[in-house]
Write a protein that binds this ligand. Structure first.
Ligand SMILES: C[S@@+](CC[C@H](N)C(=O)[O-])C[C@H]1O[C@@H](n2cnc3c(N)ncnc32)[C@H](O)[C@@H]1O
Length: 221
């Protein structure tokens, strides 16, 4: 018998969730379609229901200053930017210059280019600069870059956020392997170790959501 506290989504149920719980408009659908044409890498893009959640979190938290680590072609950044308060700014960090260029074009098409600053380079370097100049000044952080970097990104984002600010970490279930990450999956082991330490971290309030590939919300106390 299944546990009455949760259900595992079938593809049909996920489609139902997207149809009823995410209002993906033409601009976002175009990003999804053009990214799908890139092939297997498209799997890195967040799903429409997670996109709706990102917009909702940005809006509910009243965020003005946000940072995203791992922008890819820009889907999640558009969702976050749409939820920011008037005059808000998202710093979008992406290592790959070609992807950053694609994201910039997608931001123009989605009419959010004026509220997103794309920074090309290793996220750790961008974070180091920002934590030096503006600790405690950000409202929201979305961590979705290289998984081995997550522990360092988490610490830097905690420094960057004001009390009450929110860190959102993606892929915390690592495709279901988090219970026993393979020895050769460095990223998976980094995520599993970080999950353990966040669960005990009294600097934050925490909620781990079993949707998409697992999402942790950590609110700085
Ligand atoms: C999972 S994808 C991000 C997906 C994106 N949030 C979306 O919803 O479309 C991860 C991205 O992080 C980028 N990345 C990997 N290592 C990075 C690093 N050290 N600094 C910044 N970006 C990095 C990759 O090039 C890739 O585009």
């Amino acid at each position: 018998m299944s546990d009455p506290k949760f259900i595992a989504l079938t593809p049909e149920l996920h489609e139902y969730v997207v149809r009823h719980g995410a209002r993906e408009d033409g601009a976002l659908a175009a990003v999804r379609e053009s990214t799908a044409a890139l092939g297997d890498v498209a799997v890195m893009q967040i799903s429409p229901d997670q996109g709706a959640l990102m917009t909702m979190l940005a809006r509910l938290s009243g965020a003005s200053r946000a940072i995203e680590l791992g922008t890819f072609t820009g889907y999640s950044a558009i969702c976050i930017a749409r939820g920011l308060a008037d005059g808000g700014l998202l710093t979008a960090c992406e290592l790959d210059p070609e992807r950053a260029e694609t994201a910039r074009a997608n931001f123009e098409a989605a009419d959010v280019a004026d509220r997103i600053d794309v920074v090309v380079g290793p996220a750790a370097e961008t974070l180091a600069g920002l934590t030096e100049t503006g600790p405690g000044t950000f409202d929201l952080a979305f961590i979705d870059a290289d998984k081995t970097g997550y522990p360092g990104y988490y610490e830097a984002c905690l420094t960057l956020l004001r009390p009450g600010g929110l860190i959102v970490l993606d892929n915390v279930l690592r495709d279901g392997t988090v219970l026993d990450p393979p020895a050769d999956d460095e990223g998976g082991r980094a995520i599993a170790a970080l999950n353990e330490s966040i669960a005990e971290d009294d600097r934050v309030d925490v909620a781990m959501l079993g949707i998409a590939d697992g999402i942790t919300l950590a609110r700085k106390r």
